[in-house]
Design a protein around this ligand. Structure first.
Ligand SMILES: Nc1ncnc2c1ncn2[C@@H]1O[C@H](COP(=O)(O)OP(=O)(O)OP(=O)(O)O)[C@@H](O)[C@H]1O
Ligand SMILES: [Mg+2]
Length: 361
């Protein structure tokens, strides 16, 4: 169970050098436009991922007039320290330098709902894959090795396609087929588990949110054409070998798990027919199911919700908060503070953010 006990933001966007002692339950950060709410949410996300959900460009995150970002935190008695500049990148956990960001996400699984990241229902395949694989990874951390082997294989294939000697191509394509089947299997299993969780949660405290979504279906697009059985290594490798000439000509592999996606259906209608508001609601249901599934496995993530009242109406906020309180999740939510949020006051810690400085209310 991940709980952020203490945060030291030293250098991150407009945020001042400050310590922050969150509650292990609900933390509400209120502030006007441009004072640093999203920056704060982004800094927490950074702690769990070693990267931003808003940009790949480090320069944007480094505070004006500085050369680096610097944040640290205590999470379940472990000390994380991130220090990044254009020259060096150090992530230290308990005085040990780590080389892979997956250690960070193991320590701090984070689920985020933010308009800046985009909504999964109606979203692009890349965003869909990132939420999907977040779930696959946290439900079975061993998959990280398969994913990383797949990434390397794909990189090798791309390098070969751009070289003059392709004698080894077939061997790499076979390797890709093997890893592709493993990844696709994990993704299917994960989505099936989510569907089961949806069915089971219809009668729980989650009901307020889920009921209108009784017929909410998500199906995996494997990244392979329909005629290929993506769960069969022979079928995928035969397809690749058959299309080798085209792959060589286009220097591009346009099939495989790196092109997968999820299709959402709501009352038998495709997601593209949903209104923006309905897509938002369906996205939130999907995210909450992802949290619920992890909670069932006792791997409780930290939940970040940016700009809560612009994303959700009062009833939805209340059912999400009630649900999350029951699961003992630590929540960080930001709000502009125009109206009172329907929160359980005993549990919510309120903070004000002004010009990048957070104070307790
Ligand atoms: N690298 C940086 N260094 C310093 N300031 C930055 C940096 N990047 C962004 N800012 C500033 O941080 C301020 C706060 O941005 P943020 O997106 O966190 O605001 P917000 O409170 O979420 O506002 P809104 O309610 O409009 O979403 C902005 O004025 C922005 O210009
Ligand atoms: Mg914002």
């Amino acid at each position: 169970m991940a709980i952020i006990e203490k945060i030291h933001i030293s250098k991150f966007r407009n945020l001042s050098d400050q310590y922050f002692l969150p509650s292990s339950s609900i933390n509400v950060i209120i502030g006007n436009n441009g004072h640093g709410k999203t920056n704060f949410i982004e800094s927490l996300y950074y702690l769990g991922h070693g990267r931003s959900f808003k940009t790949r460009n480090l320069k944007e995150i480094i505070p004006f007039n500085h050369q680096q970002i610097q944040i640290s935190a205590i999470i379940d008695d472990k000390k994380i320290k991130i220090n990044k500049s254009r020259e060096k990148n150090t992530v230290i956990i308990d005085d040990k330098k780590i080389t892979s960001n997956s250690y960070l996400s193991q320590l701090l699984p984070i689920q985020i709902i933010s308009p800046d990241r985009g909504f999964i229902v109606g979203g692009n395949p890349k965003l869909k894959r990132s939420y999907l694989d977040w779930g696959v990874y946290h439900n079975n951390q061993k998959t990280i090795e398969t994913y990383s082997a797949y990434k390397k294989t794909l990189k090798n294939i791309n390098a070969l396609l751009n070289s003059s000697n392709q004698s080894q191509l077939e061997g790499w394509l076979n390797q890709l087929s093997k890893l592709s089947v493993e990844i696709t299997k994990e993704r299917f299993v994960y989505l099936e588990n989510l569907s089961l969780t949806l069915k089971q949660s219809l009668s729980s405290s989650f009901a307020g949110l889920v009921e209108p979504f009784f017929d909410f279906v998500f199906t995996l697009q494997t990244g392979w054409p329909k005629e290929v059985d993506a769960l069969d290594e022979k079928s995928t490798s035969e397809y690749l070998v058959k299309n080798k000439n085209t792959i060589v000509k286009t220097k591009h592999l346009k099939h495989g798990p790196h092109r997968a996606s999820i299709d959402f259906y709501f009352n038998k209608q495709s997601e593209s027919y949903l209104s923006r508001g309905e897509q938002k609601k369906a996205s939130i249901v999907f995210w909450m199911l992802q949290v619920l599934l992890l909670v069932e496995k006792e791997k409780i993530p930290v939940v970040l919700i940016d700009d809560i009242s612009s994303e959700l109406d009062e009833i939805k906020i209340k059912s999400i908060v009630d649900f999350l309180i029951e699961t003992n999740t630590q929540i960080f939510m930001t709000d502009i503070g125009n109206k009172e949020l329907p929160l359980n006051d005993k549990k919510a810690n309120r903070f004000l953010i002004e010009n990048g400085v957070i104070t307790s209310l």
